[in-house]
Structure formats: structure tokens, C-alpha cells
Design a protein around this ligand. Structure first.
Ligand code: MG
Length: 224
């Protein structure tokens, strides 16, 4: 079996990236405008909790009456370009070690530069045969597109049934590729851990940690 992993909330906690980015933005607005960094952090976390990611920096800058489009763009670029202080989850470290002799891939959506910085910070490149950041192949090839998964099948010169994908988001991670024969495992982590969308969106198997990804689960997956 070829093992393919999602990145965010599968191998590390995405919230830790957000925290790391907000910290850099708090430092930036402290240096640039003299804002108290603790208060700036509070505003960003409050807005994220209340309304999601969309307008976090707008709200921060408006709170201090220094809002402008270009000031928002500057905060966004500080956030996106920063070198994140993030770590692989302990179960991910154990899992990647357990399967060190397997051919492994990553398929992840998201901003190219951001995802590349995460991969670098997590030290994943030497552990993987290839890492697919879907947006490098055009937005239309982001998940739920099967494009990158079909590329893996080509590279491995194998059929979809021999490739497993382990990921956390039932909205986009399983539905299409499962129809094409790829094997899927849902890990209940992060913001989607409680989401139930019905059988069409579910993976073949569901696990709570990567410690449950064992040779015997892979055997079951082969029969699934
Ligand atoms: Mg994910």
C-alpha cells in the first residue's frame, strides 16, 4: 500500500500555525504602530473564535483606527511569509517512523508559500517520496479533485486501490477519490472532528490518532 497523508490537522495541529502567525502579526503591529502585542493577540483570537478567519486583520486594524486595505495586506503577508513555530504531532512522528519503508506522499491544499513553509518547518521533505501542494497544479486541481492522486498512481505505476489517503476533512478529502477506488481513512482531529455529512462523504475507516494506523488496519483497507 502507498500511504498518502493530508497535512493540516492530520500530521500537525493547524491551530498551532495560526497561533504562530498571530504572534508574528502582533510583533509587527507593535513595531509599526506601537500596539500592545498582548491586546492585539486577544483581538485576533477573539475575532477568529467569533467569526472565523475572513476578517481577523481588518478587525485588528479597525480596533486601533488604522485600517486600510494596504495595512491589511501587510498583516496578511507577515502571517503568510513567517517561518512557523510548529511541530509534528507525536502520533504522526511514531506513524511516519513505523512506515519508514513505505512509499509516502502528501497531498495538501492551501497557499503554496504557506504550505511550503509549514513542510519545511516540520521537516517532512526527506520523509516523503513527493509532496503535492494542489494549488501548484491550478486551483481546479485542489481537493476534492482527484488530479494529484491520479498523478501518484502514475508515478507508482499502480492502481488506485493500492493507494491510501489519510485526512481529516470529510467535506473534500474522500468523496471523489473513494469513487475512483482509492482507499481512505478519516482521522478525527481539528475543527472537522465532529462533522457528520453522511455515507457519501465518509472514509472507509475512521481513527482518532495515527497510532491506530497499523499493518492490520492496512490489511483491512486492502479488503475494503
Ligand atoms: Mg486537513
Amino acid at each position: 500500500m502507498i500511504l498518502t497523508f493530508d497535512l493540516d490537522d492530520t500530521l500537525y495541529e493547524e491551530q498551532s500555525f495560526v497561533n504562530s502567525g498571530f504572534l508574528k502579526v502582533a510583533e509587527y503591529v507593535n513595531e509599526t504602530y506601537g500596539f500592545n502585542p498582548e491586546s492585539a493577540l486577544d483581538i485576533m483570537h477573539y475575532e477568529l473564535e467569533a467569526n472565523g478567519r475572513g476578517e481577523v486583520f481588518d478587525k485588528l486594524l479597525k480596533a486601533y483606527s488604522v485600517f486600510s486595505r494596504s495595512a491589511v495586506r501587510k498583516c496578511l503577508s507577515v502571517y503568510r511569509l513567517h517561518h512557523p513555530d510548529i511541530k509534528l504531532n507525536p502520533d504522526a512522528v511514531r506513524c511516519l517512523d513505523r512506515f519508514k519503508h513505505f512509499n509516502k506522499y502528501i497531498v495538501t491544499d492551501g497557499n503554496k508559500i504557506v504550505q511550503r513553509n509549514k513542510i519545511k518547518a516540520l521537516g517532512l521533505t526527506p520523509l516523503m517520496k513527493k509532496i503535492f501542494i494542489t494549488h501548484e497544479y491550478g486551483k481546479r486541481n485542489a481537493k476534492p479533485s482527484a488530479y494529484c492522486f491520479n498523478r501518484i498512481a502514475q508515478i507508482e505505476n499502480t492502481i488506485s486501490e493500492k493507494i491510501a489517503y489519510i485526512a481529516d476533512n470529510p467535506q473534500k478529502d474522500f468523496t471523489n477519490i473513494k469513487k475512483l477506488g482509492f482507499k481512505t481513512i478519516r482521522i478525527r482531529q481539528g475543527m472537522f472532528s465532529g462533522l457528520e455529512l453522511g455515507p457519501e462523504y465518509e472514509a472507509h475507516f475512521t481513527i482518532d490518532t495515527l497510532d491506530e494506523l497499523t499493518l492490520s488496519l492496512i490489511e483491512k483497507l486492502e479488503q475494503a
